[in-house]
Write a protein that binds this ligand. Structure first.
Ligand SMILES: [Zn+2]
Length: 90
C-alpha cells in the first residue's frame, strides 16, 4: 500500500512501484497498470478510468509526490482498496 499525492488528490493504492499513467483531464489523478483496462483499443488511446480524460504515459515531473510507499494494507469489508482517490479540492 502506498500513498501518493497529486494535485487535489490523495491516492491510496495497493499497487507497487511508480504510477505509469497520469490523467490530463479534470481529475488529474495518477494510475498504475492494473488500473487501466487491458483492452487493446483502450491501450492504444488510454482514457482516465475516473473522468474519461486523456491519459499520458509521460508523467510530467512533479505531477505527483509519494507520501508513503509502505502504508500497510487498507482493507474495507475484506476487500483491498485499490486506488481510492480522496478529493482534496483544487
Ligand atoms: Zn481523470
Amino acid at each position: 500500500m502506498q500513498i501518493v499525492k497529486t494535485k487535489g488528490h490523495l491516492i491510496y493504492s495497493a499497487n507497487q512501484g511508480s504510477p505509469t499513467h497520469a490523467c490530463l483531464g479534470s481529475c488529474q489523478k495518477v494510475w498504475w497498470p492494473d488500473d487501466i483496462p487491458s483492452d487493446i483499443a483502450v491501450l492504444a488511446k488510454p482514457v482516465c478510468p475516473q473522468c474519461g480524460g486523456v491519459l499520458t504515459c509521460d508523467i510530467p515531473p512533479g505531477y505527483y509526490s509519494v507520501i508513503s510507499d509502505d502504508a500497510g494494507v487498507l482493507q474495507k469489508g475484506g476487500a483491498m482498496i485499490k486506488n481510492v482517490g480522496l478529493n482534496l479540492g483544487k
